[in-house]
Design a binder for this molecule. Structure first.
Ligand code: G3H
Ligand code: 13P
Ligand code: ZN
Length: 331
């Protein structure tokens, strides 16, 4: 039997994005796969009074189980209330690749889905996205489409070379598909190694500085689609301190480099209404767990290393909401 997101206490992204556009901030879209990540996201967003988009990839669905995820999202709504603040919470499918997957999520309590047809030829992307919108809108579920391809490789999301979004296509795409928001490619990419060292310059203290995002493309898209919600994927900043801790305690992360926070701050004050962050959370968890393993090798209670990882995640998300996305104190 189908389950509506309303029964779970969730909201779609329409109102969220309207407020984000007017207030010149971006709503955080944080990926989760397990309880500790979900607890950290909700606690951080309640404490900072921020709306939040809980993102689930198809990989996360396979890992955590679709039924469990649905109840976790319902639990997240109740948990936020218990912590004392009712924040708007969206459950969103990240990088949906087929109509069937999107339908299944919509039938199982998701309030928003992304159909990522960006790797298809333009007309196929339009047709696939249009079909998802047609189904989703019957249930007032919002849909994110994508034009242009991000570089980078992750488990289930891969595009070796980026293709920037063509601003001359966006009006036609939005009109023909009816999407509620549009992910664009302006130089961000997935994962912890977003740029090759040869693309970067070296700061005096030895930090790799990546090339700037293509704000000219973002401005052109905004001109074509005034007031339309834009989404940025691949927006982790890959903090050098976290990479250092990981490497100090036995990890091997070479040449990791992300998107500088000031560029995300600039994007958040434009038509960018949703900023996707997954890798920074993975780094924070891994750093905290590696530290416990190295410093307390006899420890074998999972709560003793997942607990510190959860604390580190919460701090990271609070920092993002307050200092990067500007979503704090908007509820
Ligand atoms: O954009 C991709 C997200 O980081 C999800 O990654 O497919 O490994 O769950 P995943
Ligand atoms: P990062 O790998 O930069 O965290 O991007 C996550 C993302 O775009 C999820 O869709
Ligand atoms: Zn993404």
């Amino acid at each position: 039997m189908a389950v509506s997101y309303r029964e779970l206490g969730l909201v779609n992204t329409r109102e969220m994005f309207k407020k984000a556009m007017a207030g010149k901030y971006a709503v955080p879209a944080y990926n989760f796969n397990n309880m500790e990540q979900l607890q950290a996201i909700i606690a951080a967003c309640v404490e900072t009074r921020s709306p939040v988009i809980l993102q689930v990839s198809s990989g996360a669905r396979k890992y955590a189980d679709a039924t469990l995820l649905r109840y976790m999202a319902k639990g997240a709504v109740e948990y936020a209330k218990k912590l004392g603040v009712e924040i708007p919470i969206t459950l969103h499918l990240d990088h949906g690749d087929t109509l069937e997957l999107c339908k299944d999520c919509i039938d199982n309590g998701f309030s928003s889905v992304m159909i990522d047809g960006s790797h298809h030829p333009y007309e196929k992307n339009v047709e696939l996205t249009r079909q998802v919108v047609e189904y989703a809108h019957k249930f007032d579920v919002t849909v994110e489409g994508e034009l242009g391809q991000l570089a980078g490789i992750e488990d289930e999301v891969s595009a070796e070379h980026s293709t920037y979004t063509r601003p001359d296509e966006v009006i036609d795409f939005v009109k023909k598909t009816g999407v509620d928001s549009l992910a664009i490619s302006i130089g961000t990419s997935h994962g912890a190694t977003k740029f090759k060292p040869e693309q970067c310059t070296l700061s005096p203290d030895g930090v790799l500085i990546p090339p700037p995002l293509r704000f000219d493309i973002l401005e052109e898209v905004e001109k074509q689609l005034p007031g339309f919600p834009i989404v940025l994927h691949g927006s982790s900043s890959v903090p050098v301190e976290q990479v250092k801790i990981i490497n100090q305690y036995g990890g091997k992360m070479k040449d990791a480099v992300g998107i500088p926070e000031e560029q995300l701050r600039k994007a958040a004050s434009s038509a960018v209404c949703k900023i996707n962050i997954d890798s920074d959370g993975r780094l924070a968890m891994t750093a905290a767990i590696r530290k416990v393993f190295a410093e307390k090798p006899s420890e074998f209670d999972p709560r003793k290393y997942l607990g510190p990882a959860r604390d580190a995640l919460k701090e990271l998300y609070k920092h993002k909401n307050i200092n990067v996305l500007g979503s704090a104190n908007r509820v």
